[in-house]
Design a protein around this ligand. Structure first.
Ligand SMILES: C[S@@+](CC[C@H](N)C(=O)[O-])C[C@H]1O[C@@H](n2cnc3c(N)ncnc32)[C@H](O)[C@@H]1O
Length: 245
């Protein structure tokens, strides 16, 4: 897979490419990652890529010509051009999986007051990190690249992300490491028992409890397995009992 970032600030991605798991993935050529400064495509004699908004208003808008020419130059057969935009569809783990299956992902980063509206006709979709406004799309593109790269074959062990939050529609269960006791707080006995079936069941139950408590919206349309239904009944019965106390 190849990821191309279209940005005015390629240096933003220097430490991203030089650090930890992403660096290892790049070194092992599990993903190709490049940044392209779209200023190099401007035909403006002063090298400008932005201008004031028609009709007046604050700030500067990115102009069509440099960005559209840049998109046309970097696009490849089957590539997906994604505009970073607070007005886009919200990025989720499901979208990360969809992007991880694309051969060539192109992430377009805005800046200043954003884009001339007509640029939207040259992208395949808009993606938002959430309902807030960033100074530029670089932070969003970095987050998206990170979430996508860690899903690629060989970057981390498949088992390492299989139980991650959202992967099976639930939040991850509580995790512990040594020491067994810290400040009077003990690791649950079941995790020390070595009984794999019991550990798996405990983790599933904890995932359900966590999701109920922190993100009940994730359970709204869930089709529960028989085992999950049984555990949900168990959880509800335990809670009812606790209330009675
Ligand atoms: C200051 S913002 C422009 C916001 C624009 N005036 C609006 O209200 O929709 C500059 C750039 O940051 C990026 N950006 C800002 N918030 C974002 C978000 N929540 N998700 C993804 N990208 C975002 C976009 O690329 C955007 O063009």
């Amino acid at each position: 897979m190849k990821i191309t970032i279209l940005t005015l600030f390629p240096e933003f991605f220097d430490s991203f490419q030089a650090t930890s798991i992403i660096k290892r993935a790049l070194d092992r050529q599990l993903v190709e990652f490049e940044t392209v400064d779209f200023r190099q495509y401007t035909l403006d004699k002063h090298n400008h890529v932005d201008d004031t908004p028609c009709g007046g208003g604050q700030g500067m808008l990115l102009s069509c010509q440099p960005i559209v020419d840049c998109i046309k130059a970097v696009k490849t057969e089957g590539s997906l051009v994604v505009m970073m935009s607070p007005q886009g569809k919200t990025f989720t783990q499901k979208v990360a999986h969809e992007f991880a299956n694309v051969n060539h992902l192109i992430l377009l980063c805005g800046h200043y007051e954003g884009f001339d509206e007509r640029i939207r006709d040259y992208v395949d979709m808009e993606i938002s990190l959430g309902d807030f406004v960033l100074t530029g799309g670089e932070g969003a593109a970095m987050v998206i690249s990170d979430a996508v790269i860690r899903l690629l074959n060989g970057v981390i062990l498949e088992e390492s992300h299989a139980d991650d939050s959202f992967e099976n529609g639930l939040l991850e269960y509580p995790q512990y490491t040594r020491p067994v006791e810290y400040d009077g707080k003990r690791v649950p006995d079941v995790l020390l028992s070595g009984h794999h079936a019991n550990i798996r069941k405990w983790r599933l139950k904890q995932s359900l409890i966590r999701t109920m408590e922190k993100r009940p919206d994730l359970l709204e349309n869930r089709v529960f397995t028989k085992e999950e239904e049984k555990l949900m009944q168990e959880i509800k019965a335990e809670r009812a009992l606790e209330k009675e106390k």
